[in-house]
Design a protein around this ligand. Structure first.
Ligand code: CUA
Length: 365
């Protein structure tokens, strides 16, 4: 029986080409991106373009450990790849079907203890090495003892946004986490307790730490220590419903001084601006106040993001929309057009009412 002409099959070089393009594209993107600079007001476009969710640019010790494991695995599989494909290519050429073979198969060999032992023990050792290295990395990250000056954050995953409580400082905010950089030259880590208000989410900041599931009825932990200032981005990494893909994470790493100033502002109650009495009243009288909290007012809802210092945030809707007057108007008029399926309803307000509410919200600095 004539053998199929394997050497003429175009699938192998094609597959290699695709792999190469995908991988080099990823590396190129990784090397081009840096943490988003502060000060730039985000746009819809910049928010998605500036996202860096590649693990190849670690900026924090746990992320560096993860990247190291990645490169080790990549190195090992590359060697295996060469061990398989170099002899394979050579054999395809060297032992290709020739005319004088007249379609006769070469002698078939069955059963060889040394060969079978080699291809069982070899891969077994490789799996063992990968297991040990991975386990060591996990324990190394988890065993880290929080220093006395570590910042504690309680993270609560909601469909589809993130709640951040800073228990030591006594305030709650949403979607944009602030983290201090090194203090007196030593990194100031952020220790995070992960909880869920509804379904399973996963907290993942590729440049800062590994990913950890956020499970209802359970508290998981994670830590990071950002080394460079700027905005870091992440993503909920466990399918949690319609807007899972729009459950972005944003972390601002800033100097100790800026962090302190931010904390001091967040700790204050909202200042009531009497010029926006009407918008304030509309907010309190409509269902807004049942879901949102504005400290210093009667609004004390726990179901939706705390809005006490809404305007200190650059984005709304879990990082996907710039926090500007224009988008706030659109958002309140009908959130479902910007984030389909989200739990904020269309309140059926008139345009004039929406404007008044937004003008009031704009005072929440
Ligand atoms: Cu939350 Cu996916």
């Amino acid at each position: 029986m004539p053998l199929p002409a394997a050497s003429k099959c175009p699938a192998v070089p094609l597959l290699l080409l695709v792999l190469f393009l995908v991988f080099s594209g990823g590396l190129q993107r990784a090397s081009a991106q840096t943490p988003e600079a502060d000060g730039d007001a985000p746009t819809m476009r910049s928010l998605s373009e500036d996202r860096n969710t590649l693990i190849l640019q670690p900026e924090s010790p746990p992320a560096r450990t993860v990247a190291d494991v990645f490169y080790l695995v990549l190195g090992i599989v590359f060697v295996i790849f060469l061990l398989v494909f170099v002899p394979l290519t050579w054999m395809l050429f060297r032992f290709r079907m020739r005319k004088e073979d007249e379609g006769i198969e070469p002698p078939q060999i069955y059963g060889s203890n040394p060969i079978e032992l080699a291809w069982t023990v070899g891969p077994g050792m490789i799996v063992l090495v990968l297991f040990l290295v991975t386990a060591r990395s996990i324990f190394e990250i988890e065993a880290a003892v929080p220093p006395a000056d570590a910042v504690r954050v309680r993270v609560i995953g909601h469909q589809w946004w993130w709640e951040y409580e800073y228990p030591e400082y006594g305030f709650i905010t949403a979607n944009e986490l602030h983290a201090p950089l090194a203090k007196d030259g030593s990194p100031r880590p952020v220790y995070v307790d992960l909880e869920s208000a509804d379904v399973i989410h996963s907290f993942w900041l590729p440049q800062l730490s590994g990913k950890t599931d956020v499970i209802p009825g359970r508290v998981n932990h994670l830590w990071f220590a950002a080394e460079r200032p700027g905005w870091y981005t992440g993503q909920c990494a466990e399918y949690c419903g319609t807007q899972h893909a729009h459950m972005w994470l944003r972390v601002k790493a800033e100097s100790e001084q800026d962090f302190k100033a931010w904390v001091a502002n967040e700790q204050r109650d909202a200042v009531f601006d009497t010029a926006h009495r009407e918008g304030h009243k509309l907010f309190m009288d409509n269902a807004c106040a049942n879901c949102h909290t504005i400290r210093g007012t009667t609004a004390a809802g726990k179901f939706a993001p705390d809005l006490t210092h809404l305007m200190s945030r650059k984005t709304i809707a879990s990082g996907i929309i710039p926090n500007t007057r224009e988008y706030l108007l659109q958002w309140i008029r009908d959130p479902q057009t910007l984030k389909v399926g989200c739990n904020m309803p269309d309140m059926k307000l008139t345009n004039a009412e929406v404007r008044k509410i937004v003008d009031y919200l704009l005072t929440l600095k």
